[in-house]
Structures are given as structure tokens and as C-alpha cells.
Design a binder for this molecule. Structure first.
Ligand code: AQP
Length: 351
């Protein structure tokens, strides 16, 4: 059985990186798989506890999912905190995972900065909750941007250690499935999840600095294109995007050591759903003064309908809340099925 799970934090304005790296993939995968897409509100508390309006931000991400084309009837859309089993499994995984594993996570190192002792315990345990999000549905595929690759490797490590630590109980209860680990076929309860990363837009970089990823928390709004930016703002940001003085090359190799140029070509390719090679076939030899307006037009063409649909959906709070409630109920039933077995495997007494 194959199942897709992924989540987005309600931590601020969604940007082009979130859209091309994650949400667009969510939309594509729903043709082939059963999908569960989650607004991970509990994760957002690891960055800060108090938000001006966490509820509205949660609705905004939900609206972005729906406006991008996710079907909440065929699939499941909900907010994480409604399904208590995420937090329950995360606690169990906190006891499976090792502190050393968490300390090695580059996202933790980046976000905690130098003053690690003062970072929240939740920030350190972030990947454990992420593993629980995925494995509480025993999801097999997780579409994410490249920045989440390490967390998905850790999710596999947690699944593997749980399967290993409890192999006897899993066999006794006959709740395992066969899976391939390297050359070996083993029996385990949790699947070893596959990341779905790739394509030209797996890692969109800041428009101001080609060495930093485009991020909601970058203090400069010029560094990112927000999903809700209007046509003028999108054009202005692309016009001001950092570039180098050379023309675009005809071949991919010509983009090496030109991170800003590579990024803009990747954005064009992601938006047009073509390869970077094809972008260079069309624009190789041209200056940025010609490429940037074409990129701006394409970005406006692709993003404006999503933004206007988001505004339309956001205006109907009752509808958005109903989607989250319905999704939460369906997700909760699936999650409880997993947790019943997990409690049995561990030996927690239940009805
Ligand atoms: N720059 C990016 N390029 C490609 N994919 C990206 N993602 C994020 N940034 C890029 C992917 O978007 C999904 C949702 O991300 P998230 O909101 O859950 O967390 P994040 O990675 O912390 O997002 P930000 O915008 O970068 O926030 P801050 O500034 O708080 O760090 C994920 O699949 C992610 O890979």
C-alpha cells in the first residue's frame, strides 16, 4: 500500500520555494496516490510560541493547498494539532531517537544558532515530530524540498530502530510487513519512507543571495516571491534579483559557479514545468535584461490565479474550517488504527 504525506508550517507567507519545492508536487502526486496534506501547526511552535494569529495563518496555508488544486474530498487536508496521535507517537519516537542524531541535524544547528542551550527542546525534537507525522499513517512517500532530506533520513532511522527494537513483539503480534533494507528482506511495522525530491526547483535560493535558500524567515522581503505578491511586486523583485553581468549560457555546465543565474533558470524551469536545459535552449546567449522580464511574466501568469483563488477561499472561513475538521476526522481514524497497534507493540495498557 502506498501513501503520500507531507506538511507545511503556518509560519508566515508562503513563497515560491514552498510552492515549487513542495505544494506543486503535492498536487501532481494526488493523481497517482492517496495523499494526506497537513498544516503542521505544532511544528510552528518550535520557532516561536506566540503568534499574532496562528489560526489565520493555518487557514492561509490551507487555502494555498486548495487554491493550488489539492482535492480535499478525494484526499485529506487537516491541521496537525487536531489529531492528537501525532504528539503521542512523537513522544514514543523521542524515546527511540538518540540525542546525538538530533544534534547533527543541520536545520537545528542553523535555527538554534550559537546559543544552543537556549533553543527550545521542541526545536531539537522537531524531526521526531516530523517522523511521527509521517509514520502515524505509515506513509511511504514524502514530497519535500531538498532542505528536508536529512530529516527524512532520520525518519527512516527512527522507523528502522523501532522495527529492530521491537522485532520480537512485531512478529508475535503478526503486524509486520516485509521490506527491503539494502540486500536484506526484513519484517517491520513502520515502512522506510521514500523522499520525493528533485526536479529543477527542489531548492530555490534567495533572490538576494544565491548561497542561501529562499525562506519565510529571511528579513528581506526582496529575497523571496510570496504567493500573495501582486504582479508589480513580482516584477520589481525579479528586476532587483541579484545576477552577474554575463549572458545566459547555452549549456547547463555554463551555470556552474553562477549561483544566482542558476537559481533564476531553475525558477523559470519550475514554473514552466520544463528542464533547465530547455530554458537555456530558449534563452542561451541572451542578457538578463531580456530574461528577467520573461521570467516575471511567467511568474505572474502562474501565480496570479493561485493568489486570487486563495483570496476567494480565505474569505469563506467557515468552508476552510469545515475542510480542516472533516480532514482531521478522517486522518484521526487512520492515525488511531496505527497507534492501537503501536501501544500493543510497546505494551501500553489500553481498552
Ligand atoms: N527554498 C526552498 N526551495 C524548495 N523547497 C522549499 N521548501 C522550503 N523552502 C524551500 C519546502 O517547502 C515545504 C514547507 O516548508 P515549511 O514551511 O514546512 O518549512 P521551512 O522549510 O522551514 O520553510 P521556510 O520558508 O524556509 O521557513 P523558515 O524561514 O522558517 O525556515 C518543505 O517541503 C520544504 O522543503
Amino acid at each position: 500500500r502506498q501513501l503520500v504525506f507531507s506538511g507545511v508550517q503556518p509560519t508566515g507567507n508562503l513563497h515560491l520555494g514552498n510552492y515549487l519545492g513542495a505544494i506543486r508536487k503535492f498536487v501532481a502526486l494526488q493523481e497517482e496516490y492517496d495523499c494526506i496534506y497537513c498544516v503542521v501547526d505544532l511544528h510552528s511552535l518550535t520557532a516561536q510560541m506566540v503568534y499574532d494569529d496562528l489560526a489565520d495563518q493555518t487557514r492561509q496555508i490551507t487555502a494555498a493547498f486548495l487554491a493550488s488544486g489539492i482535492d480535499p474530498k478525494k484526499h485529506i487536508v487537516f491541521n496537525q494539532s487536531r489529531v492528537k496521535q501525532h504528539a503521542e507517537l512523537a513522544w514514543i519516537f523521542n524515546c527511540v531517537a538518540r540525542i546525538g542524531w538530533m544534534n547533527r541535524m543541520t536545520q537545528f544547528k542553523d535555527k538554534a544558532g550559537k546559543d544552543r542551550e537556549n533553543a527550545s527542546l521542541g526545536l531539537l525534537a522537531y524531526p521526531s515530530l516530523m517522523a511521527a507525522d509521517i509514520l502515524v499513517y505509515r506513509a511511504t512517500h514524502v514530497p519535500v524540498g531538498e532542505d528536508q532530506k536529512q530529516h527524512l533520513e532520520l525518519t527512516r532511522d527512527i522507523a528502522q530502530k523501532f522495527n529492530n527494537d521491537f522485532s520480537g513483539r512485531i512478529a508475535d503480534l503478526d503486524v509486520g510487513v516485509e521490506m527491503q533494507v539494502g540486500d536484506e528482506t526484513v519484517n517491520g511495522f513502520f515502512p522506510l519512507t521514500e523522499p520525493v525530491i528533485g526536479g529543477p526547483a527542489a531548492r530555490i535560493m534567495s533572490l538576494r543571495d544565491g548561497s542561501k535558500k529562499m525562506s519565510k524567515s529571511d528579513p528581506s522581503d526582496l529575497s523571496r516571491i510570496n504567493l500573495t505578491d501582486d504582479a508589480d511586486v513580482i516584477s520589481k523583485k525579479i528586476k532587483k534579483a541579484k545576477t552577474d553581468p554575463d549572458a545566459l549560457p547555452g549549456e547547463l555546465a555554463g551555470l556552474e559557479s553562477r549561483p544566482e543565474a542558476k537559481n533564476l533558470v531553475g525558477i523559470y524551469a519550475g514554473l514552466a514545468d520544463i528542464s533547465k536545459e530547455d530554458v537555456l535552449k530558449a534563452f542561451g546567449g541572451q542578457q538578463f535584461s531580456a530574461f528577467k522580464p520573461a521570467l516575471a511574466d511567467l511568474a505572474v501568469e502562474k501565480l496570479a490565479p493561485v493568489a486570487s483563488e486563495m483570496r476567494r477561499i480565505m474569505a469563506d472561513t467557515a468552508y476552510v474550517d469545515a475542510v480542516l475538521k472533516d480532514g482531521g476526522e478522517r486522518a484521526g481514524a487512520l492515525a488511531e488504527e496505527t497507534m492501537k497497534t503501536v501501544r500493543d507493540i510497546i505494551g501500553l495498557v489500553q481498552d
